[in-house]
Design a protein around this ligand. Structure first.
Ligand code: ADP
Length: 292
């Protein structure tokens, strides 16, 4: 599917050299199609709660005008629908902001354990509502990673929040931090020192493990697509927007990080994030100690 950019004008001829600009229109069409699908999906996701809101407003103005009990009930549903729209708009804005600066590598240094402590504290109530215990396992010392603090917090927050949403009630969700050699996870852009050592870039790995129903293998490659859900009704019922993992993927692209997903149906899933460490600091050899 390689065609001239513009078939009408004759290509410029310089001596015997012919310059022809070629474009892969298959890739171009595919990206246009993806954009169109994205807009259609986003509009559909917004239209559903919006229609419901409009319907309730009409009912409150008409048939249920004097029914105080109905007012309470309907207002509570309307609040849920408006919250769903707000979550969706927030996620759409996050996604577009992240895409805008995806090509600018982050410059800061982030303390992963500090971020995870914050995320776990913030999600404790949500976990308790499903009788889920959140556990953090980590070595005593973890080198800082190169990154943007807010964006990495969002990565951890999305993964832990998914584990809470999709795991079985009364189970454990474990966040395990460890240190990895980048070469082991196919991370090739090594720092010069690491190259001399014949090793990949040192990475910090954060694995979020649940004891949920797991995800069938066929879904795994598509999970980070926008609006891709294994069970759309379940995702919506749990307050999902279908954008969480797409946001994770884009943030990790910017951080030159990696996401791996392992899952066994009936056993559970592990989402592991690999992030380049900011320094080649000596990595402790000790076994991970339980911190919680
Ligand atoms: P959502 O808002 O629907 O949770 P995500 O992009 O975060 O959107 O996740 C996409 C889909 O991946 C979810 O709808 C769900 O089907 C599946 N998923 C994500 N995390 C898990 C998990 N820990 N266990 C099982 N399924 C998961």
């Amino acid at each position: 599917a390689l065609v001239p950019e513009d078939p009408a004008p004759a290509p410029p001829v310089t001596g015997r050299m012919v310059i022809l600009t070629l474009h892969d229109i298959t890739a171009l069409r595919r990206s246009e199609q993806m954009r169109a699908d994205f807009i259609a999906n986003a509009s559909h996701e917004l239209r559903t709660p919006l229609s419901s809101l409009l319907g309730f407003i009409e009912t409150l103005r008409g048939p249920a005008r004097d029914d105080l009990e109905a007012h309470e009930r309907f207002l509570s549903i309307m609040h849920d629908q408006a919250s769903r729209m707000a979550r969706l708009v927030n996620d759409l804005l996050s996604l577009s902001r992240i895409e805008l600066d995806e090509h600018m590598p982050p410059a800061g240094q982030v303390d992963v354990l500090d971020r995870l402590d914050g995320v776990i504290a913030a999600l404790e109530l949500k976990a308790a509502s499903r009788r889920i215990r959140l556990k953090l396992e980590a070595p005593e010392r973890v080198p800082p990673v190169v990154g943007d603090e807010d964006q990495l917090t969002q990565v951890f927050q999305n993964l832990v929040s998914n584990a809470i949403k999709y795991t079985r009630e009364n189970t454990d969700v474990t966040v395990a931090v460890s240190l990895a050699d980048g070469a082991m996870v196919g991370f090739t852009s090594a720092v010069p020192l690491a190259q001399r050592n014949g090793r990949g870039h040192p990475m910090v790995a954060v694995a979020v493990r649940d004891q949920g129903e797991g995800i069938a293998r066929t879904h795994l490659p598509r999970l980070t697509e926008r609006f891709y859900r294994v069970d759309a009704a379940r995702s919506r019922a749990m307050g999902g927007t279908g954008l969480g993992l797409a946001i994770v993927k884009h943030i990790l692209n910017r951080h030159r990080g990696r996401l791996t997903i392992e899952s066994a149906v009936g056993v559970g899933s592990t989402f592991t994030v690999y992030l380049p460490a900011a320094s080649d600091a000596a990595l402790p050899a000790a076994e991970p100690a339980r911190r919680q």
